[in-house]
Design a protein around this ligand. Structure first.
Ligand code: UDP
Length: 539
């Protein structure tokens, strides 16, 4: 495919006049460099200097105008990985008058999204750091549509799965290296710089050991909408299969982190679940055909690794079984567990770990990045070999972690089946699994309290309310109410769960006392509504 910029002809003279007279304009969202996305008119890029350029004129706008705080540490993160010092974006400034002395700019007429991919050779990173954030940044800005141009500035080549990036828009994405082909000075007519981090759920351990993000803002719904967009673009349709044609997918790795007794595992699964098993690997199948198979599977079994990101294509109700090599604690490496457990993903998740050292094959002689340890001091090698579990560590070059995670494994069938029987609460079942409602109750209406004093040490507090307004339009399996009662001045409260719209409290209610009462509605045990305004009730 050629790197033709556009079929849309632009009036070169008019564009050049606009740039010279109006200069660059920037308006951003976000308070911090970590949550900022900026929209530019006429942001330019100098391919010789490898710098973006902001041209000042009388009509320029720069919001936020941070002064030199723009360099503390940067204007924004160019990738979706938070505050990574290799992923910062900034620009140089020049007066628009300097254009007279510069090479003639080449204008990019498309609306452009400029970003860094984080690790385009790894499938997990491709989906989590790039594709999902790009997709949802595009949803945030309506002019980033199917005609938008993606520009990847991290400086890598296409990477292992460039075709996946091509699915996001009808235009060929540009790499940093491509830009020089267009000339010395490129000016993006309209561009967005940065990525939404709203959909990411995992942090890779640059400042603290890896784990789920502290404040996850994405639900299974958005992941599944993205997954079905991708399936649509890949021309994958979920074919209707007969009721009883359930199957299990083993996603294996052909070059490292192998399952050494796959045949035995398949046999055991057939006996246990009465299902056939399909094996796939990125070495043997195309990505499209793998997604096709996974999108109809009841269970996905795989060693820990990037290929497990494809669990987002499993149907609701399916199970993800993640296998961990010897001395690796599953609780500490949870990108796929976190994904499967997002509300509304509706996947079951089970982790199995190899506890039998003899069932593990390690590769101390390999290069360090494939888990080799022979480059280390003898003592350190011995310590690693004797260790029964990798302790918590930072990303990305911990030799003990790499040594352990790149082991091959003979899966011990009895312990594997036991973990499955224990972990799968219900038989993985796709047919019955419909999306569960995520509609939250509104506030209860007209909350009231009435009090009465029975005796010097006896009082009653009657609380009543009306159903939330939206309930009359909903079919809800279980509607309950939660009432909190706090004696004024105390710092604890008593919570009650109630089935009806009124209740008279007499236990623990004292005469001549002021109580604060909050009421809210709860659907299906876990969908909490907001509290109504506090009631002030004097006995
Ligand atoms: N990979 C693969 N087969 C293998 C080993 C790796 O397909 O035998 C893929 C893997 O799914 C990932 C990429 O190669 O997309 C890099 O793998 P690596 O082991 O570096 O990362 P990890 O899977 O541990 O995230």
């Amino acid at each position: 495919q050629s790197q033709e910029l556009s079929q849309v002809r632009i009036d070169y003279h008019a564009a050049l006049m606009a740039l010279q007279e109006q200069g660059t304009r920037m308006v951003c969202t976000g308070k911090m460099h970590t949550d900022r996305i900026c929209r530019f008119d006429y942001l330019c890029y100098c391919t010789e200097a490898e710098e973006f350029i902001f041209f000042h004129s009388n009509a320029s706008v720069m919001l936020p105008n941070l002064g030199s705080r723009r360099f503390q540490p940067a204007l924004l993160d160019l990738s979706s990985v938070e505050d990574h010092n290799t992923q910062y974006f900034n620009f140089l400034e020049l007066p628009a008058a300097a254009l007279k002395y510069m090479p003639k700019p080449v204008f990019v007429p498309d609306v452009t999204q400029i970003l860094n991919r984080f690790n385009p050779d790894n499938l997990m990173h491709i989906f989590h750091d790039d594709l999902l954030p790009i997709f949802y940044t595009m949803q945030q800005y309506s002019d980033l549509d199917d005609e938008a141009r993606l520009v990847f500035m991290e400086g890598w080549g296409e990477g292992a799965h460039f075709d996946l990036y091509r699915l996001l828009s009808s235009k060929q994405p540009l790499l940093k290296d491509h830009l020089r082909n267009f000339g010395k000075l490129m000016c993006f007519t309209k561009s967005y710089v940065g990525l939404s981090k709203m959909t990411t759920w995992y942090q890779y351990g640059f400042v603290q050991p890896q784990g789920p993000k502290a404040n996850i803002l994405v639900s299974g719904n958005e992941i599944r909408q993205f997954a079905s967009f991708m399936m649509g673009r890949l021309n994958i349709t979920q074919e209707q299969r007969p009721e009883d044609d359930d199957y299990i997918v083993i996603f294996s790795r052909a070059s490292n982190r192998l399952i050494l007794n796959e045949a035995e595992l398949i046999l055991a699964l057939a006996q246990e679940f009465k299902m056939r098993t399909v094996t796939v690997s990125l070495e043997e199948q195309t990505f499209d055909s793998i997604v096709q198979v996974i999108s109809g599977a009841s269970m996905l079994i795989s060693m820990h690794g990037a290929q497990l990101i494809t669990s987002m294509f499993l149907p609701r109700g399916a199970a993800v079984i993640e296998l961990f090599p010897y001395a690796v604690n599953p609780e500490q490496y949870t990108p796929y567990k976190t994904l499967a457990s997002l509300p509304g993903m509706d996947l079951q998740y089970v982790a199995w770990r190899n506890n039998i050292e003899e069932n593990s094959v390690a590769y101390p002689d390999r290069p360090w990045d494939q888990g080799g340890i022979t480059h280390l001091e003898k003592e350190e090698q011995e310590r690693i070999l004797a260790s029964k579990e990798v302790s918590r560590h930072l990303c990305c070059r911990n030799p003990e972690w790499l040594f352990r995670i790149y082991q091959d494994t003979v899966v011990d069938i009895p312990s594997f089946l036991e973990v499955l029987r224990e972990g799968l609460k219900v038989k993985p079942n796709l047919k019955k699994s419909k999306p569960i409602s995520t509609v939250h109750p509104g506030r209860v209406r007209e909350p009231k309290c009435q009090t009465s004093v029975q005796a010097t040490n006896e009082a009653k507090l009657a609380v009543s309310w009306q159903i939330p307004w939206n309930l009359k339009y909903l079919k809800v399996r279980e509607v309950k109410y939660e009432v909190w009662i706090q004696e004024q001045g105390e710092n604890t409260y008593m919570p009650y769960i109630l089935p009806h719209q009124n209740y008279t409290f007499s236990e623990n209610i004292k005469p001549f006392t002021t109580y604060l009462v909050w009421v809210r509605c709860i659907f299906n045990k876990n969908l909490l509504g907001p509290f109504a305004d506090v009631l002030i009730c004097k006995t």
